[in-house]
Design a protein around this ligand. Sequence first.
Ligand code: 3PG
Length: 358
Amino acid sequence: MRFSNIENGNFKNKKVFLRLDLDVPVKKDKIEDEERLLSGIKTIQYLIKHGAEIIIAGHLGRPEGKEEKFSLRTVASFFAKKIGYGQLHPRKFGIFNGWRLTERISILENLRYYKGEEKNDGEFSKKLAGLADVYVNEAFAVSHRPHASIIGVPAILPHFPGFHFLEEVRVLGGILKKPKRPLVVIIGGAKLDTKLPLVEKMHHFADYVLIGGKIAQETRILLKVAHEKIIPQAGRKKSVLLIADSTFNGTDISEKSAENFCQIVGLAKTVVWNGPMGITNGKSIDEDTERGTRKLAKAIVKSRSYSVVGGGDTLAYVKKINLLDKFKFCSMGGGAMLSFLSGEKMPGIDILEKNYSK
Ligand code: 3PG
């Protein structure tokens, strides 16, 4: 993959549209996990050091219209404290609302408040592109979405990937090209619409596919039937599929399933994990609903495998149980990481490989 190198860009007195991944868990005006926000800091600092003015843009959740609970105000306050003056100052950018964080850094309100974002509407992209001279993508986690801020704006402006984005492509690209086998892919959590088609693709790539969480509960039969129908590609076996049973109240995977999963993880040379096995947003780490996920996380970091964990909720959980730094690589992408590894087209990566043309 070839991209323009941000270190060769001229940012002096240029306005940069910086697409970050701002989709973090927010509860009662508190950010529960900042990992995705922190992954953009190096790029922000680099651009500022090289004379840019930055307009940060991104989305939070899946709002239907301008739902207040999906406002980026809390995220903006985080950045104001981390890299700004501490206080938010409301600011208008054409049709867009936002806040000024410093003289040279601002942030826009949730892009998904506008219909044009998810539709990749041409006029909407032009309005966004009109705010800046250069585009930088530091939102690997959203690069599987053909949205205006991911493909529309870089189709108009000269573009670069951010530092963390590049790292994601380098590490995950290495696994995609030549994974150390056995390769175990573990998928849990929700977002069934995104994950279901990816599970099928994974059977051509992974040696074992282990499914837990909501996706196992709600699509068990579907997953099994789809697996039966898969015809292995020439020279490769299709993966073994294991779908976890759940506990009687459905809030976690059964102890037996957790044990089976841990045994398979023990054999792995590469493990890729996205999505909790049960409900993991409890305050204490001893909650019953977190037992399966905790057991699995411990087994992964104890194994000798190259371990990759990805996705907002999964990162938040392994951080809560103090295991985040034990993983070899933390991907900011959940669906994006799985899409990339299943060989899907990634619109946000493809567009960055194209040269700027008017
Ligand atoms: C994520 O959380 O995986 C990304 O922000 C993408 O969100 P989406 O699945 O709502 O497009």
